[in-house]
Design a protein around this ligand. Structure first.
Ligand SMILES: Cc1cc2nc3c(=O)[nH]c(=O)nc-3n(C[C@H](O)[C@H](O)[C@H](O)COP(=O)(O)OP(=O)(O)OC[C@H]3O[C@@H](n4cnc5c(N)ncnc54)[C@H](O)[C@@H]3O)c2cc1C
Length: 401
């Protein structure tokens, strides 16, 4: 395993970090106080600057206007961008578009690529991914109620989805729906592209999350598909292969998320240390002089380092041996890094006292919104159960000692 960083990546990471500090982090104050939509003109200006530096769409294909970084390279960049919730958006590699781009690139027809992939990579449109349902358990995704019934040259979609991130303002959704109800469970569903202006695509509401309804890219919608009719050409990949495509989408997505979380951890640790040094709790005694704070700083630093190496190793394995071979590592990082993130943000917030609870720093935002890290892209428990089963199987033939 070689984790050395190429000269090209060292230069890129320096440029990204400098840009994040100078141009992106100062926007957070507005982001925390007003709607996302009201920030769009400023964000667009920053995006223009990023394109000018040739750092646009880092993980996406060169032929469509991205940088074409490989998984390990983008993992490093994702860490640098993760220091702010606006980083990935400003650099054109935000979820859920990043995952949709991957699927369209791998499985899209030429027409789908022209119509959706190109504009998506260029940042001209946005998209969303609509799989989780209100009445069905997302932790067992084969249990889907949404159907797409073939009628002549169309699919007619009916169902109720929620947590469709960033649907508000999206040009299209990739919808997971049952097309082959009689097939084995993992071969029943397909992914279908649904333009959001299709009659029957009804955005019911942006769900209020931890007291925040959100808007535009920064939102999660409930959507009712009511006799929503799209041409059969909108099928992505083969009919019944929805879960196969979903696996392709989730593997790299988990690396991206985890490295973004590492970036958040590092920002939280940075804030924790600055506050510990500058906050005096008795004459001549700052918080940094207290052993409990020193312990937190040491423990958080070690946990971040461990988490970071685990993610880079998973990315390296995925890049070199493929997603299937890296299955176990991907599950490890998903629940391990989410736990580290929660602990580091919690302790950084604690060191800030009342200031930590306010929106005068980014910590309360991280605390509120990243609680979801243990839920989306596979709940903790499902990842743990699946790796535990695989590990236990290895010892199945042994007699108890
Ligand atoms: C911020 C956010 C963004 C999201 N974005 C999207 C999106 O863009 N598109 C999309 O389709 N979905 C999205 N989701 C939905 C997400 O994928 C689901 O919430 C997730 O899959 C869990 O499904 P559920 O909410 O139905 O929980 P359930 O399946 O009802 O599970 C509830 C709880 O049960 C427990 N549990 C479940 N299975 C087991 C088990 N086998 N053993 C032990 N305990 C278990 C876990 O603690 C779990 O948290 C998002 C969710 C959040 C919070």
């Amino acid at each position: 395993m070689d984790f050395s960083i190429s000269d090209k990546m060292v230069t890129i990471l320096e440029m990204v970090t400098e840009f994040m500090d100078r141009e992106v982090i100062p926007l957070e104050r507005g982001f925390l106080k007003s709607s996302f939509r009201s920030l769009l003109p400023e964000l667009e200006e920053k995006r223009r600057m990023v394109r000018g530096m040739e750092l646009w769409a880092p993980p996406h294909p060169r032929e469509y206007g991205g940088m074409g970084l490989d998984l390990v390279e983008f993992a490093l960049m994702s860490e640098a961008l993760g220091r702010s919730p606006l980083g990935h958006y400003v650099f054109g590699c935000q979820a859920p578009d990043a995952g949709n781009i991957e699927i369209l690139h791998l499985y899209g027809t030429e027409t789908q690529k022209q119509k959706y992939l190109g504009p998506l990579v260029r940042g001209e449109i946005r998209s969303c991914f609509s799989m989780t349902e209100v009445e069905m358990p997302g932790s067992n995704p084969v249990m889907l109620e949404t159907t797409a019934v073939r009628d002549g040259d169309s699919y007619v979609i009916n169902g109720q989805k929620w947590y469709t991130t960033a649907a508000d303002g999206s040009e299209f959704a990739i919808v997971m729906a049952v097309t082959n109800p009689d097939a084995p469970p993992h071969m029943r569903a397909s992914m279908i592209i649904v333009p959001t202006d299709t009659p029957g695509f009804n955005l019911v509401r942006n769900i209020s999350i931890m007291g925040h309804e959100g808007d535009d890219w920064h939102s999660h919608a409930e959507i009712l598909y009511q006799s929503c009719r799209v041409p059969v050409e909108n099928l992505l990949g083969r009919e019944g292969y929805g879960f196969v495509l979903a696996q392709e989408r989730l593997g790299p997505g988990r690396i991206h998320h985890c490295m973004r979380w590492i970036g958040e951890c590092q920002r939280a640790l940075e804030l924790m240390c600055r506050r510990a040094n500058s906050r005096f709790i008795a004459p001549g005694k700052n918080l940094a002089s207290r052993q409990i704070v020193q312990t937190w700083v040491a423990e958080c630093s070690a946990e971040i380092q461990a988490a970071r190496l685990m993610v880079l190793h998973a990315a390296w394995k995925m890049k070199n041996l493929g997603t299937k071979e890296a299955r176990e590592e991907i599950s490890f990082i998903k629940f391990f890094v989410a736990k580290v993130l929660q602990r580091v943000v919690d302790l950084a917030l604690q060191v800030h006292g009342g200031l930590g609870m306010s929106d005068d720093t980014i910590l309360a935002f991280f605390h509120r919104f990243e609680r979801a890290a243990r839920i989306y892209d596979g709940v903790d428990e499902v990842h743990k159960v699946s790796v535990a089963k695989r590990i236990l199987r290895r010892y199945g033939a042994m007699r108890p000692s």
